[in-house]
Design a protein around this ligand. Structure first.
Ligand code: CAA
Length: 389
């Protein structure tokens, strides 16, 4: 579809999109099914993506990144996810949940040490908010960090940490003042090589199987106060601010999955024959393809719009929560709608591991769950719109 005037792709944007597309189709697409099957973490391609600048697209060059804008990020992520959502998950956590948060709230020293390593692909970053008893209700966490002179001693168990088993550094949210509830949460940058850190249960997942997800456990883990991100008690707002950026990434991931599922369906509908005609000539299939395409293009506009709002926010400091939540809600439900239809259009073949269509269907589901479920996005949108709680 042509550009609509709502956004403009510069030559630089076209170049990053093409570079991501080439890498995704040549290097990732051929290995995606194998890594999905084995559940192995694709370290080699992730490192190469780091060398090419995909792990810190919006990170300024002085901190080891590509120094591009928010639109460049979503364009590249969409292309990677069109080939494999697992690679996209790892890329989005490194870019949005790790680098973005430290760039926004970190000290110079934190940016030089941690952002540089992750943006250049030399290290893997993660973000840890969720706990076994605290998911959507992110303020209800029980893990603690107790001040001990110039250090903090951290104890507790976090869950559903993307890249948890392989991360070098993790942006962690934990309670420094449990009595203050949400207001007692503080953010830290944790190094996983220090004593007292261990990886807990690995999650056997339905989709994005090559992205490693696990619990992480802190047992008398001692961290210097220089590793605190922001001030004590600021953690909840930091977590939410970072998730605004993260949700645009997940929306782009959903768009990439939806596009892959749609393109496979369009091609199949033009080849497969039944009852003496191409199945795409049946209204039942052609109308479905039309609905898939329409939702994809609507999702694209919402995502690019949210990316532009994020870019403006770098200058104005204005929140773009509403744009991010709308984009994530619509794009993730589009990915589910489109990949569900894609399986149906392909019939038995859509249910077979011989084609990637069943993987698109399994991968799409997570986009309606992580970084805030669709229900949480509806809650955020309606609260912002009505002012009611
Ligand atoms: N930006 C900045 N500040 C924000 C904010 C945002 N987007 N959202 C809320 N805040 C601020 C509020 O302004 C408020 O500040 P004041 O106290 O000064 O007024 C404070 O934070 C508390 O906000 P709320 O009262 O709205 O908090 P709440 O508890 O009622 O609801 C919620 C918040 C929207 C439900 C939130 O808890 C939420 O988004 N939950 C979902 C969590 C989530 O997405 N988890 C996924 C984890 S990451 C993951 O998936 C794993 C992975 O590795 C990929």
């Amino acid at each position: 579809m042509s550009e609509t005037g709502l956004y403009h792709l510069s030559q630089e944007h076209e170049m990053i999109r093409q570079a991501a597309r080439d890498f995704a189709q040549n290097e990732i697409a051929p290995i995606a099914a194998g890594f999905d099957e084995s559940g192995e973490f694709p370290m080699e391609t992730i490192r190469r993506m780091g060398e090419l600048g995909f792990m810190g697209i919006e990170v300024p060059e002085e901190y080891g990144g590509a120094g591009m804008d928010a639109l460049a990020y979503v364009l590249a992520l969409e292309e990677i996810c069109k080939a494999d959502a697992s690679h996209g998950t790892i890329m989005s956590v490194n870019n949005s949940l790790f680098c973005h948060g430290i760039l926004k709230f970190g000290t110079q020293a934190q940016k030089q040490k941690y952002v540089r390593a992750v943006a250049s692909g030399q290290a893997i970053g993660a973000y840890s908010l969720t706990e076994p008893m605290s998911g959507s209700d992110a303020g209800a966490m029980r893990s603690t960090a107790a001040r001990d002179g110039d250090n903090y001693v951290i104890n507790g168990r976090k869950s559903w940490v993307t890249s948890g088993p392989v991360a070098d550094y993790i942006v962690l949210f934990t309670m420094t003042d449990p009595k203050a509830n949400q207001g007692g949460i503080t953010a830290f940058i944790v190094e996983t090589g220090l004593p007292g850190f261990s990886v807990g249960k690995k999650e056997p997942k339905l989709g994005i199987r090559a992205s490693a997800t696990s619990e992480i456990v802190f047992d008398e883990y001692c961290l210097p106060s220089d590793n605190r991100l922001g001030e004590e008690g600021e953690g909840f707002k930091i977590a939410m601010t970072v998730l605004d950026a993260g949700r645009i990434g997940i929306a782009s991931q959903a768009l990439g999955i939806a596009e892959a599922a749609y393109e496979a369906s369009r091609a199949y509908a033009g080849e497969r024959e039944a009852f003496g005609q191409k199945i795409g000539e049946f209204e039942g299939v052609s109308f479905q393809l039309a609905d898939m395409k329409t939702r994809i293009e609507a999702a694209r506009l919402l995502i690019y719009n949210a990316a532009l709002a994020k870019e403006r926010s770098k200058k104005t400091g204005e929140r773009y929560t509403l744009d991010a939540s709308i984009a994530k809600l619509f794009a993730s439900e589009t990915a589910m709608f489109v990949s569900h239809a894609a399986v149906q259009i392909h019939g038995g073949l859509g249910y077979s591991k011989e084609l990637p269509v069943e993987r698109y269907f399994r991968d799409a589901k997570i986009t309606e769950i992580y970084e805030g479920t669709s229900e949480i996005q509806r809650l955020v949108i309606s609260r912002l719109e009505t002012g009611l709680r």
